[in-house]
Design a protein around this ligand. Structure first.
Ligand SMILES: Cc1cc2nc3c(=O)[nH]c(=O)nc-3n(C[C@H](O)[C@H](O)[C@H](O)COP(=O)(O)OP(=O)(O)OC[C@H]3O[C@@H](n4cnc5c(N)ncnc54)[C@H](O)[C@@H]3O)c2cc1C
Length: 473
């Protein structure tokens, strides 16, 4: 980097959120620089790894704002910040159109309501990582090209500290790539943090979530290492609840077999059947959904002791219905699936305690037959995920682990992406967007998922528009 010129906006991070903010700012005539820590034209980030579905809490992001507000409220148990929810619900439709105008292409998948805007070309229905040349990768490269065409500068360098003057953010210190000097200042009238969260930082994950990082599979690029949080904290930023993550149940083999992550995720198996530990006992209300179950598994004394237990009807039914289904993708990818004609034999093959497993399945089946799963000692919700009995041989056990995709919590902002201080006022000149922010997702029991891509695009746009307005005004 060889520049002393001040910029209107410096964006930290070149995922979907940062590139949306940078392009929207440049489109409005602002002088923009974007810092990206990753190297090469296809630097890794969660946006590039993603499935490319633009949705809001598994609904069409172009639905009426009032409906979307309800959907967000439901998904997060009413914990989403109302201002953030309103901003997302009222702007998401425009964000989808804006991205299309930037060159993104969408396909829709039949009548599946949450898959009406899938970045094209879509990833194939196969296990493992498959991002090269897929919709998110193509879209990110298009956004980089658009930024350069608009005169924006892309520096492949990491931001390390925010520069502050009288409580206002006036730029960032950037690490040099030649080692001399160690950092260089990049002056700006506004800085947008879009570094993607802290799921790639073992110390922060342990500190804020109480999770042993070595026993949870990172289900993403691991490039979000909490730099934005650290920088914002130094300027007195406020944070939302940091305890929960967005993720799924994965095959435990994902620690040793790269073909079984990030897909298939195994939520359909564990939430329609049961999830048990080595002692043959249920330990979680599976009906609260895969994100909740994954968060619970991650916090077990031994997070590598969980199993999905199901029968043939579940394996052949819900096992085949996910976007990238476990049946047959897990087997195709070499993932462990243990089958047996009886539960006793299943226990013998897996090492799960036999008598407790049989008792657990019996009481679960009995409660289900009586329509009283809520009355189990450990209740099991029967809505919206409908449980199925475990009665038809062969029986299946699939070893699970928790896969952490990204952190729900983060820097707290207002609806225009302005970073709020611990005193409750915006920090002048400082914005944050995308997965580095919190306040919208998580919620009751940590299960509420709103949609990382649409959140990044929407708030990236909104922050840029707010910066343009305030700099021009
Ligand atoms: C396998 C998978 C599937 C997914 N599928 C979907 C889906 O279908 N739909 C959906 O809505 N969401 C999905 N998500 C979630 C979604 O991808 C993320 O929530 C979203 O992409 C986050 O975007 P972002 O721009 O905030 O972060 P990122 O895309 O992670 O980008 C952050 C960037 O900041 C850079 N950076 C970090 N620190 C610095 C620094 N100090 N200086 C400079 N640069 C820095 C990183 O290198 C990175 O490039 C999925 C995620 C994964 C992993």
């Amino acid at each position: 980097m060889n520049t002393n010129e001040p910029f209107d906006v410096v964006v930290v991070g070149g995922g979907i959120a940062g590139l949306s903010a940078a392009n929207r700012a440049a489109q409005q005539g602002l002088k923009v620089a974007l810092l990206e820590r990753g190297t090469g034209p296809q630097y890794l980030c969660n946006s590039r790894y993603s499935g490319g579905v633009l949705h809001i809490a598994m609904h069409n992001a172009k639905d009426a704002p009032e409906k979307l507000m309800d959907v967000i409220k439901d998904a997060t148990g009413g914990k989403a910040d109302p201002e953030l929810a309103h901003a997302l619900a009222t702007t998401a439709g425009r964000a989808i159109d804006w991205l299309r105008d930037e060159g993104a292409k969408y396909i829709r998948v039949g009548n599946i309501v949450w898959q009406q805007h899938v970045l094209a070309p879509p990833r194939p229905i196969v296990a493992g990582l498959d991002w090269k040349g897929r919709g998110p990768d193509v879209t990110l490269r298009q956004l980089v090209a658009n930024l350069e065409k608009r005169g924006g500068k892309l520096f492949r360098l990491p931001a390390v500290t925010l520069m502050e003057k009288e409580g206002q953010c006036i730029g960032v210190e950037v690490a040099a790539n030649d080692g001399t000097p160690a950092t260089q200042p990049l002056h700006a009238r506004a800085v947008v943090l879009a570094d993607g969260g802290y799921q790639g930082n073992p110390a922060l994950v342990s500190e804020h979530m109480g999770i042993d990082f070595t026993k949870v599979k990172t289900r993403g690029a691991g490039t979000g290492i909490g730099d934005g949080m650290r920088m914002a904290r130094a300027m007195g930023a406020q944070f939302s609840e940091l305890k929960y993550f967005y993720g799924h149940m994965l095959s435990r083999d994902s620690f040793t077999n790269d073909k079984v992550w990030p897909y298939p995720q195994l939520d359909e198996l564990g939430t329609v059947g049961i999830v048990a530990n080595d002692a043959g006992e249920r330990f979680v209300n599976e009906g609260l959904g895969g994100v909740f179950v994954a968060n619970t598994i991650a916090r077990l004394a031994n997070p590598l002791s969980a199993w999905a237990i199901l029968d043939h009807a579940i394996w052949e039914g819900p096992g085949r219905t996910a976007r990238i289904p476990a049946n047959p993708q897990l087997a195709n990818a070499g993932g462990t699936i243990i089958r047996a004609d009886t539960l006793a034999e299943l226990a013998a093959k897996t090492g799960i305690a036999a008598a407790p497993l049989e008792a657990t399945v019996r009481s679960y089946n009995d409660a289900l037959a009586a329509g009283k799963t809520e009355n189990l000692t450990l209740p099991r919700s029967a809505k919206p995920i409908v449980p199925m009995p475990i009665i038809k041989a062969p029986y299946y056990a699939v070893p699970l682990c928790a896969g952490m995709t990204y952190t729900f919590g983060g820097i707290f902002t207002d609806g225009d992406g302005r970073v709020m201080s611990t005193r409750g006022a915006p920090i002048a000149g400082l914005y944050a967007v995308g997965a580095t922010t919190g306040g919208l997702e998580g919620g009751t029991n940590g299960g509420g998922y709103v949609g990382g891509l649409i959140k990044g695009i929407t708030f990236g746009m909104r922050a840029a528009e707010h910066i343009a307005l305030s700099l021009k005004g």
